[in-house]
Design a protein around this ligand. Structure first.
Ligand code: AMP
Length: 307
């Protein structure tokens, strides 16, 4: 019963209205692994990096119970590079540069030791590659979760539609849900997207929380109001890591448990934004996660006496 995580491992360069980073470690699968490893280990990672990706970053992940047999290292090539600039609201951003490098001709190979996969987290990556991983699984995982982004809607929509037919849960942010469905209302967008393949849809709304849709049910998880948001990069992936980590730990794929899982996702994302890159996630303790979950409970707990 293991968790397999797929996605980019990258260098990022980030600009916010309050600061700027040089090339720092990022990538969807990097954030997911750091986040999910708080809930379940081992995590079986599938990705590709160039010879420029620091070996000590890989060792740090291994020390957190992340297995790297499925991570290809292309010594003579460059890692994926992404650069983004956040607007004043820290919720919206422009991608300034996306250099696929090693991702351009990545052919994932699912190692035999990953074939016990029960939970498959397909983080942001070329949709055709996400599909190849699903197709290499000899037995269908209990739950397949997919995260994607507008970049792939604009460059690989046909492949994205193909992979969507094979997943149980889709995670996107609000603008991506609108782009995918051509609907402004998120309720209408959700209805349309739930006909494309996924049975569950999570729409992330940054500082406004996240919505979970399943047939006619909808559940809302808030985001924690934070005094300082330093860098939102990776918040979505960290959310995904908390979500799938909780599901893999509890082995419960019911809608009820997914509600708890999106609160864990929101709690993990709230840590991610407190520092640049993966820095905050690396120093996180179980006590801090428990305390933050308590804060979420306090945030939304109230009694009503109907008169
Ligand atoms: P998030 O802020 O959760 O949407 O994720 C940001 C991370 O996604 C960054 O660390 C980037 O390296 C990575 N990323 C950005 N664009 C892409 C892309 N087109 N494919 C895969 N990963 C990407």
């Amino acid at each position: 019963m293991s968790l397999v995580v797929v996605g980019s491992m990258a260098f990022d360069a980030i600009e916010t209205p309050f600061g700027k980073s040089d090339r720092i470690i990022g990538g969807a699968a990097t954030y997911i692994a750091w986040s999910a490893s708080n809930f379940t280990q081992p995590i079986k990672q599938i990705s590709v990096v160039g010879g420029d990706f620091p070996k000590e970053e890989l060792s740090a992940l291994e020390a957190r119970g992340v297995q790297l047999e499925g991570v290809q290292v292309k010594e003579n090539e460059k890692s994926f590079f992404w650069s983004g600039k956040y607007h004043m609201d820290m919720n919206t951003r422009d991608a300034l540069d996306t250099q696929l490098n090693v991702l351009a001709n990545f052919e994932p190979k699912v190692p035999d030791s990953y074939q016990d996969c029960s939970f498959l987290m397909l983080g942001n990556l070329v949709p055709a590659i996400q599909l190849q991983v699903i197709e290499q699984m000899k037995t269908q995982p209990r739950l397949v979760v997919l995260d994607t982004m507008n970049f792939w809607m604009e460059t690989a929509m046909d492949d994205l539609m193909k992979v969507l037919k094979r997943v149980d849960v889709l995670m996107v942010n609000d603008s991506e849900a609108r782009e995918l469905s051509n609907e402004f209302s998120l309720v209408k967008a959700a209805k349309k997207i739930l006909t494309m393949g996924p049975k569950y849809l999570i729409i992330k709304k940054g500082e406004h929380g996240a919505l979970l849709f399943h047939s006619d049910n909808v559940f809302f998880a808030p985001a924690l109001p934070l005094e300082d948001v330093f860098d939102p990069t990776g918040a979505g992936d960290t959310f995904a890591g908390g979500f799938i980590g909780h599901i893999a730990r509890t082995k419960d794929i019911s809608f009820e448990n997914m509600k708890t899982a999106i609160i864990y996702g929101s709690a993990m994302a709230s840590f991610c934004v407190e520092k640049f890159g993966t820095e905050r996630l690396k120093s996180l303790t179980k006590e801090e996660i428990d305390r933050r979950m308590q804060q979420f409970q306090d945030l939304v707990n109230f009694d009503i006496e109907l008169v």
